[in-house]
Ligand binder design. Structure first.
Ligand code: ATP
Ligand code: MG
Length: 695
């Protein structure tokens, strides 16, 4: 079994594998390491990755891209509405308010969710890895932007589940990069020494992410992050495309905005031009043949011009870099180095902006494209028993403050901050409530999140009643930021004080730490809302609260024995129901079977075509098989091959697999004996000398 790390980028994905010998990035079926985040549909199959991107311009309406930014969002979300403007494919509102992507697949209209489309891409990545490694792939770690909210993270997990991937961790992209950096550094400060602070800048296609991390030998701790989810390389492409639109209107009276295909081609060309400008400051040409109305267009641009057109983007980059310094409370002199990754950090002015803000040279220790996937593969290896790697403890942060509110419907409602912004993660906190009846808590983000809805979820805690004496019961909730960065109420338990320990009873200590057992991280701690005037206790709980305080003092000396009973919880969190997910999984399975069938059909057709060409070539005058068959049979066979070639481009274009196989077998019964005669002839001692004499 292999363990893999997946960098799911908005533009392209990378897959890395952890092996005994180290980390390796896997090449795809086109021998490329990057696989475009592109999914296309045809009347016969789905087209995934490189092949999808290659046919994008000719199959625009059915080629889906940019879906990473749609995960877990509603159609009406202003962010989605903004993204839609750039899509040539159809996007609509589903009945539940979610996003539906309408494409023509197998000759019919089909509507898929962004989670399903992402799952399709994941099945491709899984396939690429399985082919390269010759094993089944199940366990993986997938990268996620550090600014992703609960809903978006959950949607990504759903996509992975549809693709049959077992996600051991959703790992923040900059944290994965930090791990890829730290694990090979031999000179990190000892655990008791002052840590080495390194800043990581990842400027990709759709967003900018920056993190400050503190390293000691064998561990890293994320101090803070700063992100701009709306600032990436594509914004520069857009600015350049806008410029050329104006240019073409003036000089050619052609408006690419009016023609989606032309605009898409323009975007592809300006992206190429932008990349060339990173290496070259002279004026560079842009030529597009047969652009619109069958006319060729051309233009040019210089790096300086690109910088002026993208000034807005650079301002946003600078703002985000400065926000990191502020969030991490670091002075420039506290920063050891700045590591840059992500395609857009190749732009010289971005690099110099980074150097200017941090007053340091930007280092490129890491592979700019592969660092995220490599970090994910390392983390996967650490979490999986299948591979052994050096341990490296990773403490991440949860970037948004999270609040918990309870019993809004009652008079004793309350609200408190459970996790401040940049709190360590994963992490659990224990909250104590005193209740005589079932109650609900809900969690929400309290500071600015790049998501229209701050709601995280609501949990209804059931099976609570008053004690026989009519008193409140003590209920403990475990509120957790889990390994995926998802905030959840992980459990609720009723705490009954007991004199003795019996069956199913456990010893519990107030404020006891709870280890999470993952990757050697034990950052979990406990918190008691009853202590700090958090207001979690209703009026009826006041006495208990005092009791509790007494208990606590006893705890410290005697360890009071208590019985805890797990309480059932009804969770209402955004996302698909299990029923829907099962349906998606089944549908994905069918689509995979269809793709397989279509591939086998195409392979059978190709095999027949290849055989036709090969045999005909070898039968021709002067070629290897010409003299090994009687003339009349040869002429008949060549005629048959000509007819077959014609048929393959005619009605034979679209037959089922068996038809091609039958024709191939029929042909082989004639062709193979001829080949055999040639082989026997060659194997005779001195055969080739004889052959040389005969010609
Ligand atoms: P994201 O991280 O935003 O989800 P991603 O991981 O797919 O997306 P990357 O692969 O890091 O993004 O970067 C892709 C971006 O980098 C594209 O906008 C691309 O045009 C840009 N890029 C790549 N190489 C260069 C270059 N040499 N010069 C300028 N820009 C470049
Ligand atoms: Mg990226």
């Amino acid at each position: 079994m292999s363990v893999i790390g997946i960098d799911f980028g908005n533009e392209s994905c990378y897959v890395a594998v952890a092996k005994a010998g180290g980390i390796e990035t896997i090449a795809n079926d086109y021998s490329l390491r990057g696989t475009p985040s592109c999914v296309a549909f045809s009347p016969k199959n789905r087209i995934l990755g490189v092949a999808a991107k290659n046919q994008m311009v000719t199959n625009m309406k059915n080629t889906v891209f940019g879906f990473k930014r749609l995960l877990g969002r509603k159609f009406s979300d202003p962010h989605v509405q903004k993204e839609l403007k750039h899509f040539p494919f159809k996007v609509e509102q589903r009945q539940d308010g979610g996003i539906g992507i309408r494409v023509n697949y197998l000759g019919e209209d089909n509507v898929f969710s962004p989670e399903q489309i992402t799952a399709m891409l994941f099945t491709k990545l899984k396939d690429i890895a399985a082919t390269a490694l010759q094993t089944q792939i199940n366990d993986c770690v997938i990268s996620v932007p550090s600014y992703f909210t609960n809903t978006e993270r959950n949607a990504l997990l759903e996509a992975a589940a549809i693709a049959g991937l077992n996600v051991l961790r959703l790992m923040n992209e900059t944290t994965a990069t930090a791990l890829a950096y730290g694990i090979y550094k031999q000179d990190l400060p000892a655990p008791e020494e002052k840590p080495r602070n390194v800043v990581f800048v990842d400027f990709g296609h759709s967003s900018l992410q920056v993190a400050a991390c503190a390293f000691n030998k064998g561990k890293l701790r994320v101090l803070a992050t700063a992100t701009d989810p709306q600032c990436g390389g594509r914004d520069i492409d857009m600015a350049l495309a806008e410029y050329f639109c104006q240019d073409f209107i003036t000089r050619y009276k052609l408006d690419p905005r009016k023609n989606q295909r032309a605009f898409l081609r323009l975007l592809q060309e300006v992206e190429k031009l932008k990349k060339q400008m990173s290496a070259n400051s002279t004026r560079l040409p842009l030529n597009i043949e047969c652009f619109m109305e069958e006319r060729d267009v051309s233009g040019d641009m210089q790096r300086l011009q690109m910088e002026q057109l993208s000034a807005d983007t650079f301002t946003r980059v600078e703002r985000t870099l400065r926000a990191l310094i502020h969030n991490a409370k670091l002075r420039p002199e506290d920063i050891h180095s700045v590591e840059i990754v992500g395609g857009s950090t190749r732009i010289p002015s971005v690099k110099s902006l980074i150097e200017q803000v941090f007053n340091k040279n930007a280092s490129t220790t890491l592979n700019q494209d592969e660092a995220v996937s490599r970090g994910c593969a390392l983390q996967c290896a650490m979490l999986s028993p299948a591979v052994r790697v050096r341990e490296f403890s990773v403490t991440d942060v949860q970037p948004y403050a999270v609040r918990l509110a309870w019993d809004a419907a009652r008079h004793d409602d309350g609200d408190m901050e459970v996790f401040p912004a940049f709190h360590a993660a994963p992490f659990s906190k224990m909250l104590t409530f005193y209740r005589k009846e079932p109650f609900s808590v809900s969690a929400y983000y309290s500071n600015q999140v790049p998501y229209p809805d701050s709601f995280i979820g609501q949990w209804h805690i059931k099976d609570i009643q008053a004690t026989p004496e009519g008193e409140s019961q003590k209920v403990k909730l475990k509120v957790r930021v889990n390994i995926h960065g998802i905030v959840t109420v992980a459990s609720a338990s009723l705490v009954e004080k007991k004199q003795e320990c019996g069956q199913n009873e456990s010893i519990e200590m107030e404020n006891a730490s709870e280890g999470n057992g993952q990757a050697g991280e034990a950052h979990d701690a406990a918190m008691d809302t009853s202590g700090g005037g958090g207001g979690a206790d209703g009026p009826e709980g006041a006495e208990d609260q005092n009791d509790d305080k007494k208990d606590k003092s006893k705890d410290k000396s005697k360890k009071v024995l208590v019985k805890t009973i797990e309480l059932p919880i009804d969770a209402q969190v955004p996302g698909f129901s299990q029923h829907d997910l099962n349906g998606f999984m089944e549908q994905e399975g069918k689509m995979q079977a269809q793709d397989r069938q279509e591939k086998e059909r195409a392979d059978a057709r190709n095999a027949l075509e290849e055989y036709v060409y090969e045999l005909r070539g070898k039968l021709s005058e002067g070629e290897t098989l010409h003299d090994f068959v009687a003339e009349d049979q040869r002429n008949r066979l060549v005629n048959q091959l000509d007819a077959l070639e014609q048929w393959l481009y005619d009605e034979g274009e679209d037959q089922n697999r068996q038809v091609y196989c039958d024709k191939l077998n029929e042909l082989r019964t004639e062709g193979e004996p001829i080949k055999q005669r040639r082989l026997e002839f060659e194997l005779r001692p001195g055969a080739l000398d004889d052959f040389a004499l005969t010609i």
